[in-house]
Design a binder for this molecule. Structure first.
Ligand code: PLP
Length: 422
């Protein structure tokens, strides 16, 4: 299959410097910014909020963040930090004690020894992805990634004047890149592959052995592998392995956002090969100096047994939601070939109902008060035939969502409004 082309091939810096000056009709705006797309789901969310302000009840199955509040011990540590903490700049790579705590977590959770010197604390995993891509990519160089996948990644690559190469993936590879696909699409301009396990939007995993194979292949070609493990901890079947020891060219990204329910604190981390630490230190110093100090002090309480017990109980709640939602959606006619083993998403084939999932999502919101995310937020490949359901609401609300969805489909059924049908 042909790779997905997201943006036109960026010019080399030299070529850009030599070309004629761009004429700005009204105000200056970099081409890279023009090419960055918004998250379509934000428009849906805004519309849902407007409907709620008008008194409509909306079932939210679009939101990609846990509904649980941050665990009490973390909040308490945050409050203490605000009252007594030293809220100054921290080292750009993060508070040494937090880097130690993160390294210790790899030992207790996965039995893998990681030196704290390899840990970089970042502003969410978004910050980590941005730093990693900025560190690895020259203009015109390529990064391989799955389509569908987390949309910000291709934009980060575009911001660095690189080229994101979307590889179409489907149920046969559990919507993930495989060593074979990486080999097939790796070109002389490729410098890295980026995978997420579990993935957003599909909740599927890459087996550890395949991660190792991909890392080894990239190594052989002089490239790097970025593994986004932001949904680690939210896996409902089997043991999870981390990629931190998968190779000397692997960047592992993680975050306090999802498993630790700390989205708004804007804190994440990455574990990188030693030789990049100095470079990442420089970059962090220049871009944001350090990740939020109060959040770092609060996160010191994230790895205590008390907090971990709370996070584990919540993981069980997510599992119960998944176990309710997936069969219910299948019953309605959505195509879900595999039970998603992780994250809190179900990527569902809605081609039985529509060939325009965006219009379908808008119509569903307007007619039935159910908010879901259209596939176009995650790429191009069969995006109009898929939607993402997030089970970030209690089972009772999911049940209500399914009841409304069922009513909507039976009223509109095969005779969906022309707009929603596509
Ligand atoms: C796969 C993936 N990576 C990274 C992020 C960024 O998360 P944060 O910056 O909150 O850590 C998200 C957010 O939804 C995501 O789904």
């Amino acid at each position: 299959m042909r790779p997905v082309e997201y943006f036109r091939q960026p010019q080399s810096v030299a070529a850009m410097a030599c070309s004629a000056p761009v004429m700005h009709s009204v105000f200056p705006l970099a081409q890279r910014i023009r090419e960055i797309e918004p998250f379509h789901v934000m428009e849906l969310l805004a519309r849902a909020k407007t409907l709620e302000a008008q008194g409509r009840d909306i079932v939210h199955m679009e939101i990609g963040e846990p509904d649980f509040p941050t665990a009490r011990p973390i909040c308490d540590a945050g409050i203490k930090a605000l009252e007594h903490g030293e809220l100054f700049y921290t080292p750009a790579l993060g508070l040494p004690e937090l880097r130690e705590a993160i390294a210790g977590f790899y030992k207790t959770r996965y039995g893998v020894v990681v030196s704290a010197s390899r840990v970089v604390v970042t502003s969410g995993s978004s910050g980590a992805l941005l730093l990693a891509i900025a560190t690895l990519i020259n203009p015109g160089e390529q990064v391989l990634m799955a389509d569908p996948g987390y949309p910000a990644n291709r934009h980060f690559v575009r911001m660095m004047e690189g080229e994101a190469v979307g590889i179409p993936v489907g149920p046969d590879s559990h919507y993930q890149l495989t060593p074979e696909l990486i080999e097939q699409y790796w070109s002389s301009r490729t410098v890295a592959a980026l995978v997420a396990t579990p993935s957003n939007p599909t909740g599927t995993l890459i087996p550890q052995v395949q991660i190792r194979d991909i890392a080894a292949f990239a190594q052989q070609r002089g490239g790097a592998l970025i593994v986004d493990e932001i949904y680690h901890g939210l896996v409902y079947e089997g043991a999870t392995h981390t990629a931190v020891d998968a190779g000397d060219n692997v960047f592992v990204i993680n975050s306090f956002s999802k498993y630790f329910n700390m989205t708004g604190w804007r804190l994440g981390w990455m574990v990188v090969p030693d030789r990049y630490i100095r470079e990442l230190d420089k970059l962090s110093q220049n871009i944001w100096k350090n990740s939020p100090t109060p959040s770092q002090l609060a996160a010191l309480a994230a790895f205590t047994p008390e907090t971990l017990a709370i996070c584990e109980a919540r993981r069980e709640a997510f599992r119960a939601r998944r176990d309710y939602l997936v069969p219910a959606l299948r019953e309605l006619g959505f195509g879900i070939p595999h039970m998603p083993p992780g994250a809190f998403y179900v990527y569902a084939d809605c081609s039985r109902f529509t060939s325009n999932s965006h219009a379908f999502a808008i119509d569903l919101l307007e007619q039935a008060g159910v908010a879901i995310t259209p596939g176009i937020d995650f790429g191009v490949y069969r995006a109009r035939e898929h939607v993402r359901f997030a089970y970030t609401r209690p089972v009772a609300r999911l049940r209500e969502g399914v009841r409304r969805l069922s009513g909507y489909l039976s009223t509109h059924g095969t005779a969906l409004t022309p707009r929603a049908r596509g």
